[in-house]
Ligand binder design. Structure first.
Ligand code: UDP
Length: 418
């Protein structure tokens, strides 16, 4: 399935110059010229929901403006396939999951269908996450360069699932991880590239107070009390129940409200159940707002993040955690668990506060809610940290360098930090 309709209308490259400097954009153009004539075929499992589609939706049009012929396809899957891949996802994060031989067989069977259905036209195949990892079987026939991009922290995976996925990964020319501590030892060249946010997207661009207020009204919210906000898919690994517990503790000391806002992802069949559970637990508390946000509500998410007094991200496991950079870019103070890619973004007591428990989260929330100057200082530091490290222009540069490097000779033991 091709993606044209999902590619958002995009700001021009020049629009990024005031944010990241003119020379940075010129550097991207120079690198992109070296890839001229090559097609980069990107394949993942959903156009909507979650961080991967968020990144691709903004990055692909920018690649195209740079003259890089990047195209985005998704694999099809029914609920049974995505139930299996969700279990794999959780297991690769180190969670306990019951996975049967039939689950592995189903993954292989559906991969075979994908191999027949999809057309493989890229010069470089950039395959995202475990769901389409098996497409590399096509390499025997089409050759070319194959890169597997893993967005998950697989440092402590369920061994059985990792060994299964690993057999496919071994056929790739390179693997990309978000950070060294996410990775596994592999006899394949590895690149370390952090994900990024787009400062000019509807999700992150500056918006005025009227727009923020109208979104609050739309969701029945008022800013009459300090607002703690978590934006996340309704997923157990995002620990919405832990957020509720922390909020109950905070509420005893500070009169505030909580917003848990999120959607469901097309490749995540568990989310409805988690949403129901969160609603049940929150029931009756008028200061807790559980919002089901439809897909493509970027401006609404932007407004909710801007309306927040403090942003919380109490994940139990995390990939990179884009919501953190999104919050910091808006100058917001953040309380977040020290998992996955969060510590790359939240440098404790410099760009936010890290927590390790419900009680820790509650303690930090109270601290920030009652100390606005400190909160604002952390938020401003956080914004500069994102500007230096986690904007889409940084990621595009790293990917261009990586695409160029995989065409060059290299050793399978190479690990490159970009
Ligand atoms: N998001 C969204 N709507 C929602 C929930 C999340 O647009 O209802 C966005 C969020 O703003 C972020 C991405 O989805 O851009 C989630 O990425 P992250 O890396 O935080 O987590 P993932 O969902 O990939 O585990």
């Amino acid at each position: 399935m091709q993606s044209e309709i999902r590619l958002k209308s995009k700001p021009r490259l020049e629009d990024y110059e005031p944010i990241v400097s003119k020379s940075c954009i010129e550097e991207l153009r120079a690198l992109a010229r070296k890839l001229s004539g090559k097609v980069v075929q990107i394949i993942n499992s959903t156009f909507i929901g979650g961080g991967v589609s968020e990144i691709l939706g903004h990055m692909v049009p920018l690649f195209n403006q740079l003259g890089v012929d990047a195209r985005w396809d998704v694999i099809r899957g029914d609920e049974t396939f995505f139930e299996v891949t969700k279990k794999f996802h959780n297991a690769l994060h180190g969670e306990k999951e019951k996975i049967s031989p039939q689950d592995f067989a189903l993954f292989r069977e559906v991969t075979k269908q994908h191999l027949e259905e999809l057309s493989f036209y890229g010069d470089i195949f950039f395959i995202q996450d475990p769901q389409p990892v098996g497409l590399v079987a096509k390499k025997k026939e089409v050759g070319r360069n194959w890169v597997w991009r893993c967005h998950i922290d697989i440092s402590k995976p369920d061994k059985r699932v990792w060994n299964f996925i690993r057999q496919f990964v071994l056929d790739y020319d390179a693997a990309v991880f978000s950070a060294p501590n996410f990775a596994q030892r592999l006899p394949v060249r590895q690149f370390m590239i952090t994900p990024s946010i787009d400062p000019l997207s509807d999700k992150n661009r500056e918006i005025d107070q009227n727009t923020v207020d109208s979104v609050l009204t739309k969701y029945g919210l008022t800013s009459n009390k300090p607002m703690v906000v978590q934006i996340s898919r309704f997923d157990r690994l995002k620990d919405p129940l832990g957020v509720l517990e922390a909020f109950e503790i905070v509420k005893k000391a500070v009169d505030c409200q909580l917003v848990l806002a999120g959607g469901t992802a097309a490749d995540d069949p568990e989310s409805e159940e988690v949403l129901e559970e969160v609603r049940r637990r929150a029931n009756g508390n008028r200061d807790i707002h559980v919002l089901l946000v439809p897909p493509e509500s970027d401006l609404e998410i932007n407004a909710l993040q801007r309306a927040a007094t403090v942003i919380i991200q109490k994940s139990l496991k995390e990939g990179f955690g884009l919501t953190i950079s999104e919050a910091l870019w808006k100058g917001k103070p953040v309380v977040a668990s020290a998992v996955g890619g969060i510590p790359l973004q939240v440098k404790n007591a410099l760009t936010g506060l890290l927590c390790y428990s419900v009680e820790g989260a509650a303690y930090h929330l109270k601290r920030l809610l009652t100390n606005p100057e400190y909160a604002s200082w952390l938020g401003q530091n956080g914004k500069e940290h994102v500007r230096q490290n986690f904007l889409v222009t940084n990621q595009i540069k790293d990917l261009l360098l990586m695409f160029l490097a995989i065409g060059l000779p290299g050793k399978s033991s190479d690990v490159v930090h970009l």
